[in-house]
Design a protein around this ligand. Sequence first.
Ligand code: ADP
Ligand code: MG
Length: 234
Amino acid sequence: AEKLIVQSEKLKLAGEIAAGVAHEIRNPMTVISGFIQMMNADDQHPYQTYTKLIESELERINLIISEFLILAKPHVRTTKEFNLEKTIQDIVVLFSPELNLRGIVLTESKSVPNVVVVGEQNQIKQVLINIIKNAIEAFKKEGSLHISTEYENEDFVSIHIEDNGEGMTQEVINQIFEPFFTTKTTGTGLGMMITQKIIQEHGGKISINSRLNKGTVVSIFLPYKERRKPAISN
Ligand code: ADP
Ligand code: MG
């Protein structure tokens, strides 16, 4: 046990250092981005092709750092209670303009009104964002997205996010939680890894069910506190 404690302290320290370094990298990056944008604004200058490329690569680094920072953040153990379905609703609202724009049909079936989950609501929001983003990116045409919640058993509540997108091969499924594993040209491959980490820290589980060219169901299982209590607003 002692060894495990030392190990986890070391990991925590490594995480803190990494987060610090990531922050420090951002400052000079902001300066570089500023000048590159300035150069790109002048369409007379001879190296447009290169500076445009530099700008988009800088954006990519920024994206990686953002996702990395979420990962490196020493996890805060809160015992705050929140309403799961309300949390899902907040995220659905966030995505609704994009869903509308792309003509994606969203259906929902909610069966756990007022269920109370204990943890970090913002992190659970991050999880939902990561999964829904992947679903949207998997659509080819006529996307439909279905989000449902139900009681799994006495201890767990489940959320299922189902898309009819491109689906995955078994090979992809096997690697989905690995850091930097991506099949996208502009992906970071960190989203699902972060998602899994957050769910595990909440004492939950995540599973993937997918069929190539048919679609994917991502299921999250979270321990819940109470079935029916007076609704809490947040
Ligand atoms: P990224 O989205 O940056 O590629 P993720 O960790 O979020 O990284 O996902 C890893 C990979 O898993 C994706 O590149 C994709 O191949 C696959 N994937 C995840 N979700 C889905 C989905 N809903 N449908 C099809 N493929 C998916
Ligand atoms: Mg992703």
